[in-house]
Design a protein around this ligand. Sequence first.
Ligand code: HSE
Length: 434
Amino acid sequence: MPGEDGSVRVALLGCGTVGSEVTRVLIDDADELAARIGAKVELAGIAVRRPDKHPELPQHLLTADAGALVESDVDVVVELIGGIEPVRDWLLTALRKGKAVVTANKALLSEHSAELAEAAGISGADLYYEASVAGAIPLLRPLRESLAGDRITRVMGIVNGTTNYILSAMDSTGAGYADTLDEASRLGYAEADPTADVDGYDAASKAAILASLAFHTRVTASDVHREGIAGISASDIAAARLLNRTVKLLAICERVQADDGTESVSARVHPVMIPRTHQLAGVNGAFNAVYVEADAAGELMFYGQGAGGAPTASAVLGDLVAAARNRVAGGRGPRESAHAALPVRPMGQTPTRYHISLDVADRAGVLAQVAQAFATHDVSIAAVRQRDRTSTASLVIVTHSAPDAALRATVEEIGKLDVVREVVSVMRVEGEDS
Ligand code: HSE
């Protein structure tokens, strides 16, 4: 229940670009928020590492002691610090004491959601985290609430703006990866240390959160197969262009049904060639977009700004309003739903399709040898295109769906054939050619 004066008291942990926007709205729009919630929201304290470095914030609210602020008389803890420790401890303490938690911390959620959900479940506290995936885009609430009566089969999308910016730029300029990353850093689209983004860690954390919600199953970041974009070359992009495709780093979460009817979940992050006519192909620059397929709803697409101070603050404030309304009404939001507990299928067994571009000797029997490698691994070929050069030919092969391990083994065998001069590009493909 709200405090004695009827207000909902909020502790803010961390005050960078998102936190300062949250603070601004809580102060400037206090009356409007109070009207929507049915009670005043009182910012009770802001924990920052160095209070003396924040002259722009209300000084009486600042503290360097986040732990004490969490333990104080607050109803909601909004966490915008990031990282695992010591944040994990603070949030567990808050939840155990029945305080609602609103967080954008994808790394923490994708590793420790089970213990956070358990703590929230025991005390009856709310745990909201809309801002942890795809910034401003309302996505987790639709998965958790709007589609709670449907059966989601697939969630696929662009959930990392940095890599999307780099791949879009490589596609439009024809430049290589290293030059494009340098340019992205110079323009502020990539962090000084871009590892979490370009190696796919950020997207893998988000995929784990999406898969957990979509399939009512606990999926952690370590369950997600992860490949980044550092290996994407200008030749890969050019090979895609020849097929009227483009390359995107996608998070793909699927409910997979085996022949015997048993179900499992697959979650992966890797570069993918998609047709230029695909809805996700038109998502350029730092934007995010996520495509959801459900039995009854059919296909849905969510699009918008996936990062940045104000867009992320929008998601945080939405959660804060939800948690505050629950306090006022004396109820609570949705609990963790992990009842399905489906097994996570390893990448090797996950059905995928490959695009393989080869430079081969141009003489009789070459295609037969290449085709035999596919047959050996029981991989069916969907399309072959050949373009002749002076003494070699360029061969492009697109497969039907097969277990990823069989496709990888096929590529390895092809690479060893004498008739293959170079394996120019290997990439997974999604979506039908138009
Ligand atoms: N670093 C992320 C991105 C934003 O590039 O999309 C925060 O999740």
